[in-house]
Write a protein that binds this ligand. Structure first.
Ligand SMILES: Cc1cc2nc3c(=O)[nH]c(=O)nc-3n(C[C@H](O)[C@H](O)[C@H](O)COP(=O)(O)O)c2cc1C
Length: 171
């Protein structure tokens, strides 16, 4: 069976909540809080499937616990070919609609540049924002959640995404 690792960075708990919902959907998966449980980029090697979670901060930047790991990845350039990755994370389309969930786009570009295959693109319908680095050919390159403005949709979005990932990844 494919080993699924759910790696998340979350400052106020929103992305963490989504990660925990995903852990319930992917039985046998491992939850890795980037602040508490992350030992180094070798940890990605333990898994076939990486669900990468980060909220967006600053000007479209990944959450702070991802800064060093992402730097190490881009520096060391480990081979990630054969790995299946998908990206999720919280943002605020109203107050930060100039960079809504842009962290997902930055992480997508890095992991795919290392050879990983990205899954779980979603429709932009139902969101209202000006710009996002996560937008690719009219889709978001992962799952955006927004508990500031659309908390009532989060659980449903995460569950639907889990179903989509299982189908796309053949899990
Ligand atoms: C200073 C600041 C900057 C932010 N920048 C962005 C941003 O660029 N894009 C975005 O979508 N959300 C942005 N947000 C919103 C957060 O991503 C949002 O509050 C999210 O729910 C935090 O998730 P977390 O608890 O998982 O860290 C920002 C929030 C703050 C306070």
């Amino acid at each position: 069976m494919a080993k699924v690792g759910i790696f998340f960075g979350s400052s106020s708990g929103v992305t963490r909540g989504a990660a925990e919902l995903l852990a319930e959907e992917f039985k046998g998966s491992e939850l890795i809080d980037m602040e508490e449980d992350f030992d180094g980029i070798e940890q990605f090697e333990d898994f076939d499937v990486l669900l990468i979670g980060s909220s967006t901060w600053g000007q479209g930047d990944p959450q702070r616990d991802w800064v060093d790991p992402l730097y190490e990845l881009s520096n060391d350039q480990p081979d990630m070919s054969g790995k299946k990755v998908a990206f999720f994370g919280a943002g605020d389309q109203d107050k930060h609609g100039e960079h809504f969930v842009s962290a997902l786009g930055k992480m997508h570009d890095l992991f795919t540049s290392l050879g990983a295959s990205a899954y779980g693109f979603t429709s932009t319908q139902g969101y209202t924002y000006e710009f996002s680095l996560a937008e690719r050919e009219g889709k978001l390159c992962g799952l955006g959640i927004d508990d500031v403005n659309q908390e009532d949709l989060t659980q449903e979005r995460v569950s639907a995404w889990a179903v989509q990932l299982k189908t796309e990844m053949g899990l």
